[in-house]
Design a protein around this ligand. Structure first.
Ligand SMILES: Cc1ncc(COP(=O)(O)O)c(C=O)c1O
Ligand SMILES: N[C@@H](CCOP(=O)(O)O)C(=O)O
Length: 463
């Protein structure tokens, strides 16, 4: 299995090299050359299997010769052993034909743990084989950072630097990033928003002297391995509701487009997904784009679902690559317009392609709060604000004869103030995190300045 860049002019890589590279050297994102198929029989055979076995069967065709079967199975087993639910990603029912896929039973209480715990294991396996040391730099609006720190803290061959937007993550998210005492972890609070953090990260990847000098690696969903690990729970959820004999639909709270892109890959592999719905908060660039064909950034407005406060949605590039007929030059041109003019117009053919693939909707702040309150009162379900955006949009789309599965992407206790304000109930953190608010914090405030960031990282690495 080989991986190609969405901008068409970077070297083709193996799974392992694509994973360790993060961003392609032409600025694009890696995608598989072809998407492996699972037959209806193979999908039916997933029913009733443990999550780990489904994970192996879904991911193995993508891994090629990068890892042995034994290595991949070992990584999967270790990745999910610490999850707080036997099913790993259990389904609960919200109403007639509406289900919630709980993705918050991992160590940092967000869906990011599914991929991050696994790639922590895959990185360790690959790096201990090669003896290499890498510098991971990640950009986060709150959850990727804490999941990455949890997965990589204390590892001997990795340093982790996480850029988060100062003052724009919840206190729980911030403390998850700033309280781990391990010396290889560095939390950096950047003066800017998440898009600034992600832009500086991409600048570092495109600055080859720095990139090669520190052996830069990325664990955001620009990394294909992140997306791949997230494909698995689409299969477990769909199969438990009758796939492949019965189609299902998914609504996905969306920001950087990684999670819904994983659903798109599951559908390409043969999973019968009828509707795949993008749910955005008031930072609704994706909903606007799907509605109007114009992808235009107009600044991030902070919301009560801060992890989705994103306007430059990285993985959208991956789906643009497909709807533009895998024309890397056309994608490079669009991304250039995005950088220089703040947006682009999607061609008629491509927008029709996108609309055939995805539905979309948005939830305002009031709608999100009202959904949290109503879900608690009528369904007994305390939702985090991101999951509430999903539930609101799913309901608005109409729950029909096909089961609708909304992804619950984080635990409500990560956003206690917003949830309490909406539902009148303050969600508790699990007992293992009870002392989070009394632990010492370690964080460096940084300017939104590439040169200063690179110098700081190099200084820290030299110590
Ligand atoms: C809780 C939560 N929900 C939803 C999202 C959006 O997911 P994606 O960025 O993959 O679209 C994020 C951030 O990625 C998140 O942390
Ligand atoms: N919402 C994310 C933003 C980064 O997304 P990623 O999936 O590309 O890592 C976060 O919580 O950090």
């Amino acid at each position: 299995m080989k991986y190609v860049s969405t901008r068409g002019s970077a070297p083709t890589l193996s799974f392992e090299d694509a994973m360790l590279s993060g961003l392609a050297r032409d600025g694009g994102l890696y995608v598989p050359e072809t998407v492996p198929q699972l037959s209806a029989g193979e999908i039916a055979a997933l029913a009733g299997l443990p999550y780990e076995e489904v994970a192996f069967r879904v991911m193995w065709p993508f891994v090629g010769e990068s890892f042995t079967e034994e290595e991949l199975r070992g990584c999967i087993a270790r990745a999910y052993a610490g999850f707080g639910h036997d099913a790993r990603a259990p389904l609960t029912q919200l109403g007639p034909n509406h289900f919630l896929l709980e993705l918050f039973h991992g160590p940092t209480l967000a869906f990011k743990d599914f991929a991050m715990q696994l790639i922590g294991q895959l990185f360790q396996t690959a790096l201990s084989r090669s003896g290499e040391r890498v510098t991971i730099v990640g950009a986060t609006s709150g959850d990727t950072g804490s999941a990455a720190i949890e997965a990589f803290k204390g590892l001997g061959n990795v340093d982790v630097f996480i850029l988060f937007p100062h003052g724009r993550v919840s206190e729980v998210q911030r403390r998850q990033m700033t309280t781990p005492p391990e010396a290889n972890v560095h939390a950096l609070a950047l003066d800017g928003d998440f898009d600034d953090c992600q832009a500086r990260l991409k600048d570092m990847f495109n600055h080859f002297d720095f990139r090669d000098g520190v052996r830069l690696a990325g664990v955001n969903s620009i990394n294909w391995a992140r997306v791949l690990a997230q494909v698995v729970y689409y299969f477990t959820a769909a199969v438990s509701l009758g796939a492949p004999h019965r189609p299902v639909s998914f609504t996905v709270p969306t920001g950087n487009f990684g999670d819904i892109f994983a659903g798109y890959i599951a559908r390409q592999m043969g999973l019968p997904i009828e509707r795949l719905v993008v749910a955005t908060n008031q930072n609704d660039i994706l909903h606007r784009c799907l509605t109007t064909g114009e992808y235009r950034t107009d600044g991030v407005t902070p919301s009560i679902s801060p992890s989705m406060d994103i306007q430059v949605s990285s993985n959208f590039e991956r789906v643009l690559f497909d709807v533009y007929g895998r024309d890397g030059k056309a994608v490079a041109q669009l991304m250039d317009e995005l950088k220089t003019q703040g947006g682009f117009t999607v061609s008629q053919g491509a927008i029709e392609g996108l609309r055939a693939l995805f539905g979309s909707g948005r939830a305002s702040e009031d709608e999100t709060r009202a959904t949290i309150a109503r879900a608690q009162e009528t369904m007994g379900e305390l939702l985090c604000p991101h999951s509430a955006v999903g539930v609101k949009v799913a309901e608005e789309q109409g729950i029909g004869a096909t089961p609708m599965i909304t992804l619950a992407t984080a635990h409500p206790a990560k956003f206690p103030d917003a949830v309490e304000a909406a539902a009148g109930i303050r969600p508790d953190l699990p007992p293992r995190m009870a002392d989070l608010f009394t632990r010492d914090e370690r964080v460096t405030r940084v300017a939104n300045d590439l040169g200063a960031l690179e110098s700081l990282i190099k200084e820290r690495l030299a110590k």
